[in-house]
Structures are given as structure tokens and as C-alpha cells.
Write a protein that binds this ligand. Structure first.
Ligand SMILES: [Zn+2]
Length: 122
């Protein structure tokens, strides 16, 4: 435990660290479950003219899940890095502190709520 004060008190930092670790664990479990389902699908796949079509569908689903989940994982890793370098909780657009309730609900948030809303409108 460090005495870093930039993003608040040590108990809050620990809470945010734990929250990010849990989000990461949930993500990895979700990926593993998907791969298991795919393995089951392929194991029960009978040979035949439909096989290639089904395999393409399965590959497409997997690549989509990987892309979205990989992005989430990147965001979690980035938030963990910000937490350790003391730049966590500062809006990347306006430089203002991000609301604590927002950070607790969404530790990977890069922007304060007004900036986030502006991004979503664009
Ligand atoms: Zn902002």
C-alpha cells in the first residue's frame, strides 16, 4: 500500500483496484465460457454440406465477442495504469475531476459526465 494521495484516500484506491480486478475476472470468465460453448458446438458438428456455413457463423460470433471483450479488457488495463500513475479520475477532455459516484459505478470511465454526453451526441 502506497501513500499516494492524488486520486483520494488509500481505502478508496483499494476499492477501485478491487473493482477493476473483479471486472477483469468477470471478463475472462465470460470469454472462457464462450470458448467452451464453441468447443461443444464443434464437437457435435456432423460432417455435411452445412458444415462450412456453420463454421463461418461460429467464427464470426467469436471474432465479434473477442473484439468487444478485448476492448473492455484494454480499458480495464488502462484504468489500472492510471490508478498506479496518479492520473486516475481526471477527465481526458476538460481535465476536471470525474464525479466519484461515476467512478465507483464505472471505474474505466475516461471522461466526466458532461464530456461523455458530448461524445455520445457526436
Ligand atoms: Zn470533462
Amino acid at each position: 500500500m502506497t501513500n499516494r494521495r492524488e486520486a483520494g484516500d488509500p481505502a478508496l484506491l483499494e476499492e477501485l483496484r478491487r473493482s477493476l480486478r473483479e471486472a477483469r475476472a468477470r471478463l475472462l470468465v465470460a470469454v472462457a465460457r464462450t470458448e467452451e460453448e464453441l468447443a461443444t458446438l464443434e464437437a457435435h458438428q456432423p460432417g455435411g454440406p452445412m458444415e462450412d456455413v456453420d463454421r463461418e457463423t461460429v467464427t464470426a460470433i467469436l471474432s465479434r465477442l473477442e473484439g468487444r471483450e478485448r476492448h473492455e479488457l484494454d480499458e480495464i488495463h488502462a484504468a489500472q495504469a492510471r490508478l498506479e500513475t496518479g492520473t486516475f479520475g481526471v477527465c481526458e477532455d476538460c481535465g476536471q475531476p470525474i464525479d466519484l459516484a461515476r467512478l465507483r459505478a464505472l471505474p474505466v470511465a475516461r471522461h466526466c459526465l458532461p464530456c461523455q454526453r458530448r461524445h455520445e451526441r457526436q
